[in-house]
Design a protein around this ligand. Structure first.
Ligand code: FAD
Length: 404
């Protein structure tokens, strides 16, 4: 780091904030992470960490811990009736190509949190952030932080330091982490659809630290506007609807005993034109958020963290570093935000026409080479070559350098 040691405040103790804190500490910066939670903890169920995200976790030193707990995902597979309408295999990119990893958010959070603490980052909980200016954070109740060289906004989709996201997308989803049960493929994200109106999904997510039981994330697409009505309807009626679509989910549904066992997540899109302003940089969802259909949000957050840390290490001053950060991430972000925007209605919308195009045009086309390889690279997060853009050595280069 050329102006070392920098004093950096990170707002938000999520994927991006914890990854960045660790990387900056490894470079010798002084880092304080603020979060509103009294006991920092992850919210939500499970996610797929894509191969590009796993590269970053390896660079941080958290890759092994996450892999030990997660569940390798080789395939994304979806049926509409008897018709296969989604079939993406990571190994279409090559027999040795890296796969995704289904992980419980708790497992990912703990691995990142442990890495941040071990790196010496200071983590301050119980601070609701309401604003930032000239290198200081403002907290609810009127207090302010000390002045830092840089404030990093890692506050996620609803960050008060960023522009509000667009209006919520019509569809969100109900999510639950359940014990693994049923005849599901342990190496696949499986989905069932009725047009694009209904969708159920099962994702293996491995286990939590200190636990033996394997878990699965179960999700059910639901309109924002229908959430209150769903809560007012007896659970049994909803279970009948799910079972009619996918009878094999019976042993999962048995574990859901009340509406409160499912968490409703709503989605919205936003992409800031630039991730930097005076004394402030945005990373992760505070810069760009999208529906999770492509499963890229955490990966992009991890890539942002690496890119910002690297720019701060290699550039001669703060302005140059922030410019370099934006330059190295912009193309990948714009590409994936655009693709997410285009793909989402194919899986969550009322449009019979879009579902028909998905089933009878896109799905057959997706089987003709080189489409399987291209789709696998898209899902792996590799379109736009984000790893080389941010100067992250590939696994092969790391092995050659003796780290692997
Ligand atoms: C249902 C669902 C499924 C998803 N599936 C996937 C997937 O399969 N793969 C994938 O890569 N991504 C997935 N994502 C997206 C992914 O979860 C996000 O992109 C990622 O968590 C963003 O990380 P972040 O660090 O930017 O924000 P977050 O992880 O949201 O962290 C933000 C942190 O800021 C704190 N905070 C927020 N506001 C304040 C405040 N005012 N004051 C103080 N602290 C505050 C929060 O407590 C939190 O700790 C999914 C998202 C959802 C909702």
């Amino acid at each position: 780091m050329t102006r070392a040691p920098l004093d950096i405040a990170i707002a938000g103790c999520g994927v991006a904030g914890l990854a960045l804190a660790t990387l900056l500490r490894q470079q010798g910066a002084r880092v304080v992470v603020y979060d509103r939670l009294q006991t920092p903890r992850p919210l939500g169920s499970g996610i797929i960490v894509q191969p590009v995200g796993l590269h970053v976790l390896d660079a941080i030193g958290a890759g092994r811990a996450v892999r030990e707990l997660g569940s390798p995902i080789e395939r994304l597979y979806g049926l509409s009736g008897e018709r296969i309408v989604l079939d993406v295999r990571y190994r279409a990119r090559g027999r040795q190509a890296a796969c995704g990893l289904g992980v419980h958010r708790g497992a990912l959070f703990q691995a990142l949190y442990d890495a941040a603490l071990a790196s010496g980052a200071e983590i301050v909980s119980g601070h609701e952030i309401v604003g930032a200016s000239d290198g200081r954070l403002a907290f609810a109740g009127g207090k302010q932080s000390a002045t830092f060289d840089l404030v990093v906004d890692a506050l996620g989709m609803r960050s008060p330091l960023s522009r509000p996201p667009d209006a919520p997308l019509p569809f969100g989803a109900l999510w639950a982490s359940l014990d693994w049960a049923g005849p599901f493929d342990p190496a696949a994200l499986e989905q069932r659809y009725v047009a694009a109106r209904k969708m159920a999904g099962v994702l293996p997510i491995g286990r939590l630290q200190g636990e033996e039981r394997q878990q699965t994330a179960f999700f059910w697409s639901l309109k924002h506007a229908d959430h209150a009505a769903w809560r007012a309807t007896p659970l049994a009626a909803w279970k009948d609807e799910v079972l009619a679509l996918w009878p094999a989910t019976a042993p999962l549904l048995q574990q859901i005993r009340s509406h409160d066992d499912l968490v409703f997540a709503s989605y919205a899109h936003r992409t800031l034109r630039a991730p930097v302003s005076r004394h402030c940089a945005h990373v992760g969802d505070s810069w760009h958020c999208a529906s999770p259909q492509l499963g890229q949000g955490a990966n992009m957050a991890l890539l942002d963290a690496f890119a910002l840390a690297r720019a701060l290490e290699t550039q001669s001053n703060l302005d140059a570093a922030l410019g370099e950060y934006a330059r190295t991430r912009l193309w990948h972000i714009r590409l994936y935000q655009a693709v997410s925007y285009l793909f989402t209605p194919a899986y969550q919308s009322d449009s019979a026409m879009i579902a028909w195009l998905r089933d009878f045009l896109l799905s057959p086309l997706s089987r003709i080479p080189p489409a399987p390889q291209m789709l696998a690279a898209l899902v792996a997060g590799e379109w736009g070559a984000p790893v080389s853009a941010i100067g992250l050595p590939s696994p092969r280069e790391r092995t050659r350098a003796g780290e692997g």
